[in-house]
Ligand binder design. Structure first.
Ligand code: ATP
Ligand code: MG
Length: 424
């Protein structure tokens, strides 16, 4: 084959594209209920927008960036995640200004790019749906964000959801914890993986997130963030938990949970799913949290933020079989069969009128015999078949067959408007 898609990318073909539309539409509907509006930002940004926000030690920045110098010598990167661009836009367009209702609530969806080793559920071009809320320190908005993620997944009938939360505290809590972690990890320095060695002093929290088996063993007995929280941080986390309790949401606190990106603080959460098509054990499907400080990092004022991101490809693997079948099944309102060359103008007009009445309508484009056209109507699952032969044409009528009941009747062409209530 001469041309193939780039490694780590996928073609989204019909009818599977319907599953994408279904997921996207559900996201839009759910987020709208929480009064979120869509934001669209460029697919590429200055490299620094991502390196500043994700942190220089993150996997994304050190290993996975799709970056290049453009013809003008600018260092550009395809976006590896959604938040950085949204924050850049928030700052550049001064959405923190007094004329904007706080919190500013936005959602996005679209392709992201990471130079990774492609495997099942891991692509170089993949898609995320995410939300961000700026300008509120209230635990309420943390909880609302979590609820919105859960609602969205529930609406898609994804089963076996498990909500895991933790706090990374405020800056003071984190500084204290950071030191305690360094003190704990230093004696193990020689045993750590190379990645973890490099991160130990730059960002020791990252070591907790290591995928290296030996690192994970060492980390098992590490001190826990919950013991280093300031009173404020403690209070914030307690409120989050109480509100989740009030709403009757089940959750687990995992004090060892940290984040791949550097900018999180206070509440972080993951929605996981156990033993699913994604794999054995718990696999994260949606991840988010609070990122006070990121807006400042990208040159804006001190405005807090909270949000989540969710991988669409992985989510699609979780749609249940029933949903998939429904979405992939073909269904047509009308198929218009024309018999003979002379009737083509009538067919043209009837097809057009039916579409004007909002009916999904199909016809033959390949000059096929009636038999083949009826076969198509069947295959496409048409609810009604209209037939126009020469005698119908001469009488200014068409035949209308209800494919479900088998009932057939004759309708005058001039009365075609009476069909408009047919599928109500
Ligand atoms: P992982 O540990 O699996 O690499 P991550 O921590 O890099 O995940 P995030 O940066 O938190 O992931 O991105 C949020 C979500 O985006 C993930 O939970 C996953 O569903 C999805 N995701 C991330 N990278 C990829 C990829 N390369 N291909 C497909 N989906 C991805
Ligand atoms: Mg990753």
């Amino acid at each position: 084959m001469k041309y193939q898609k780039p490694k780590g990318t996928a073609d989204i073909l019909p009818p599977f594209s319907k599953e994408w539309q279904f997921v996207e539409q559900n996201a839009r509907e759910t987020f709208a209920l929480y009064n979120y509006e869509e934001i669209r930002t460029p697919i590429f940004e200055k490299f620094e927008v991502f390196s500043r926000s994700a942190g220089d030690t993150s996997d994304i920045v050190t290993k996975e960036m799709y970056d290049f110098d453009d013809k003008g010598g600018r260092h550009i990167a395809l976006r590896p995640e959604g938040t950085a661009g949204v924050v850049r836009a928030f700052v550049e367009n001064k959405l923190y200004g007094p004329e904007h209702q706080k919190p500013v609530k936005v959602y996005y969806m679209g392709p992201m790019f990471r130079y990774e080793r492609p495997q099942s559920g891991r692509l170089r071009e993949f898609h995320q749906i995410g939300v961000e809320a700026f300008g509120s320190d209230s635990p309420k908005i943390d909880v609302e964000t979590i609820m919105m993620g859960m609602d969205f997944l529930k609406k898609l009938k994804v089963s076996g959801l498990k909500l895991v939360i933790n706090t990374l505290g405020d800056k003071e809590s984190r500084d204290r914890y950071r030191q305690a972690l360094i003190d704990y990890l230093e004696p193990h320095f020689e045993e750590l993986s190379d990645d973890s060695k490099a991160r130990l002093h730059k960002n020791p929290l990252r070591v907790l997130d290591s995928k290296d088996k030996n690192d994970q063993k060492i980390v098992e007995n590490a001190p826990e963030i919950l013991d280093f929280l300031t009173e404020d941080a403690q209070k914030h986390f307690t409120s989050v938990k109480e509100e989740l309790d009030t709403l009757g949401v089940d959750y687990v606190v995992d004090s060892s949970m940290v984040r791949g990106l550097d900018y999180y603080n206070h509440t972080i959460f993951e929605i996981m799913i156990a033993d699913s098509p994604l794999g054995k054990g718990d696999v994260t499907i949606c991840a988010g949290g609070r990122y006070n400080g990121l807006v400042e990092e990208l040159g804006g004022p001190e405005v807090s933020g909270v949000g989540f991101g969710l991988g669409v490809e992985r989510l699609l693997l979780l749609l249940n079989a029933e949903t998939q079948t429904t979405l992939q099944s073909k269904q047509l309102d009308f198929y218009v069969v024309g018999i003979g060359d002379l009737v083509q103008n009538d067919v043209l007009k009837v097809v057009h009128e039916l579409r004007q009445m909002n009916f999904v309508t199909e016809q033959d484009y390949l000059d096929r015999k009636p038999k083949a056209q009826f076969k198509s109507a069947d295959k496409l699952n048409a609810k009604y078949v209209v037939t126009i032969g020469e005698s119908e044409m001469n009488d200014r009528v068409f035949k209308l067959k209800d494919m479900h009941s088998g009932e057939e009747r004759t309708v005058a062409l001039s009365e075609i408007n009476t069909l408009k209530d047919l599928l109500k």
